[in-house]
Design a binder for this molecule. Structure first.
Ligand SMILES: CC(C)(COP(=O)(O)OP(=O)(O)OC[C@H]1O[C@@H](n2cnc3c(N)ncnc32)[C@H](O)[C@@H]1OP(=O)(O)O)[C@@H](O)C(=O)NCCC(=O)NCCS
Ligand SMILES: CC(=O)OP(=O)(O)O
Length: 322
């Protein structure tokens, strides 16, 4: 599946900003991305610091662009646009300071269409990677919130988890949006979504606020014209294992066959994806932002260069979908 996504972007010279240009994992990924003609990496940071790391690790950054926010020549235009976008919410002094930061500067490059997408978060926290995008890029038309998903791959198994990275305790209505956005992501990854609303309860077997929330989310979804199956609330074993599904939720067509999983809150989602990745042998890509008006994605600070490479392939592909 990644090979297919790779082929779609190869040779297209898509310009992707990397906010942490002086990180060794970003540089190693960038070297491979250029060699495989997947994108033109735009590395942000102080050029001496970038060179110091590439020299230390022996990376060849030919084919990458480098921009230092501190010496960027067009920053008058960028500053004016940022003040306009954050009218009444930002002082001039603060704007000047934020534009020296790679996360805000890189997001503005995307906003100004001087780059096609952005990948950050190798050292920035998720909040610091995502906040500039929420403030400056905003939701894509038709979306009320931005959420995130992880694509998890092991052999032929391809799973999508949402939201493991942005919305801390989503309401039933926000979970509806997260479900629709995550199902769309599954489609964009080339699979037909079969969606399970997860809980510690299956079809009313336990009670609690988070159980009620997932039930309310399902009721709202059932009133909508959906082009994918969704069911819940159900436990993870019931969602993925046909034998357990027969025992716990025999009437559900989703149970036992789900490939898209909606978690009740970020604690469950974030812990869940890390268990799948660290103990379950899945390769994790994300957090991939959904409902945002530009291809901007986050990384885990624990990422490897291979994960950066894979996330870059997905980010480059999103330039066709958004
Ligand atoms: C995403 C997050 C950073 C936003 O919170 P915040 O930084 O406090 O931002 P604010 O609430 O001040 O909102 C900033 C802007 O983003 C918008 N915003 C916040 N959450 C949003 C969402 N989910 N979707 C769309 N817009 C959102 C706000 O409306 C606000 O817009 P405005 O400034 O133009 O009025 C916060 O929800 C968060 O920290 N989430 C968890 C991230 C995390 O640590 N994940 C774990 C590792 S993956
Ligand atoms: C996605 C995620 O959990 O990010 P981090 O590991 O950087 O907190």
């Amino acid at each position: 599946m990644l090979d297919e996504l790779k082929q779609k972007v190869q040779g297209k010279k898509i310009r992707l900003v990397f906010t942490e240009g002086n990180d060794y994992r970003i540089q190693e990924a960038a070297q491979h991305l250029v060699a495989d003609d997947i994108c033109v990496p735009v590395l942000l940071g102080n050029k001496d610091e970038i060179a110091k790391v590439s020299k230390e690790y022996g990376f060849d950054l030919t084919g990458c662009e480098q921009i230092d926010p501190a010496t960027y020549s067009d920053n008058g235009e960028m500053f004016n646009l940022m003040m306009e976008l954050r009218k009444g919410k930002l002082t001039e002094e603060k704007a000047h300071k934020l534009l020296l930061q790679a996360n805000y500067f890189g997001t503005m490059l995307v906003k100004m269409k001087k780059a096609d997408g952005l990948l950050g978060g190798a050292t920035y926290s998720t909040a610091d990677t995502v906040r500039p995008a929420l403030q400056l890029i905003k939701c894509a038309p038709g979306n009320k919130i931005v959420s995130s998903c992880f694509l998890l791959i092991k052999g032929d198994s391809q799973l999508v988890f949402g939201d493991c990275g942005i919305n801390i305790n989503p309401s039933a209505s926000q979970l509806v949006d997260i479900t629709l956005q995550t199902a769309r992501s599954t489609k964009n990854f080339g699979k037909d979504p079969v969606v399970a609303l997860l809980s510690f309860s299956t079809n009313g077997s336990a009670k609690g606020d988070d159980v009620t929330k997932m039930q309310e989310c399902l009721a709202k979804l059932k009133e909508m014209p959906l082009d994918f199956p969704v069911d819940g609330e159900m436990q993870f074993d019931c969602a993925v294992d046909p034998d357990v599904a027969k025992k716990k939720f025999p009437e559900s067509k989703v149970a036992g066959h789900a490939n898209t999983f909606i978690f009740p809150n970020i604690s469950a989602g974030n812990i869940g994806y890390k268990i799948a990745a660290r103990l379950g042998g899945y390769t994790a890509m994300g957090p991939l932002l959904q409902g945002l008006n530009a291809p901007i994605n986050d990384l885990s600070r624990g990422c490897t260069w291979e994960e950066v490479y894979n996330n870059a392939i997905i980010t480059a592909n999103e330039t066709f979908n958004i």
